[in-house]
Design a protein around this ligand. Structure first.
Ligand code: GDP
Length: 200
């Protein structure tokens, strides 16, 4: 109910941040969405907010190295972190981005949770290790959101959930409960809304 109320009012794009000095005032709590490119992050943010193209902005060239802030009515900021796993990006770009990410994650007192999106067809992969250990070191609670559940069968669901749970055991900052979603089918979206609405 709280989740429905929070997302009943329009969610708006606030700004894209490229340096710590550009962060909006820490005057409310915030939650982040992170995941490798193509994991389904834009689709999930669009499904959560009920807005078809809200997160598309974050995926357009020039926006991909920004931390994108969205406002909810009387609720937390929603923060879209750029997709990771593009090893072919120029070294200087990667270094600048990593520094910003590190400073942001370790220096944002109002950051309550990072939702780390994992493609349910792949599970947790080596490419995810960097962000997961950064979250451990920053002591920021993260919760895994499995995406694209409609693409796998019941047996593979069980298997990927087991794989993820096993991998999370190594991460002190991991929240033990996994959220399973399909933006396509709307599965898990209300659950995720309720989790966000319940954070204080
Ligand atoms: P992003 O790069 O993480 O923002 O990923 P997108 O949201 O753009 O999604 C990447 C691709 O996966 C697109 O072709 C989406 O249509 C597809 N996709 C995303 N979510 C789902 C889902 O829940 N089910 C299915 N079947 N496809 C999805």
């Amino acid at each position: 109910e709280r989740g429905r109320l929070l997302f009943a009012a329009p969610v708006e794009f606030l700004k894209g941040v490229v340096a710590m000095s550009g962060l909006p005032p820490a005057d409310r709590i915030e939650v982040c969405f992170a995941g490798r490119s193509n994991v389904g992050k834009s689709s999930l943010i669009n499904a959560l907010t009920g807005r078809k193209n809200l997160a598309r902005a974050s995926n357009t060239p020039g926006r991909t190295q920004e931390i994108n802030f969205f406002t909810t009515k009387d609720g937390p900021y929603l923060v879209d972190l750029p997709g990771y796993g593009f090893a072919q990006a120029p070294v200087a770009v990667v270094a600048k981005w990593q520094a910003l990410l590190k400073n942001y994650l370790s220096g944002r007192p109002t950051l309550r949770r990072v939702f780390v999106l994992i493609d349910s067809r792949h599970g947790i992969k080596k490419v995810d290790d960097e962000i997961l250990s950064l979250l451990d070191r920053s002591a920021v609670t993260f919760q895994v959101v499995l995406t694209k559940l409609d693409k796998i069968n019941a047996k593979d669901r069980t298997a990927v959930i087991e794989q993820v749970k096993g991998a999370l055991a190594k991460h002190p900052a991991a929240y033990p409960e996994i959220v399973i979603t399909s933006s396509e089918k709307g599965e898990g979206i209300e659950t995720l809304r309720a989790i966000i609405a319940g954070l204080e």
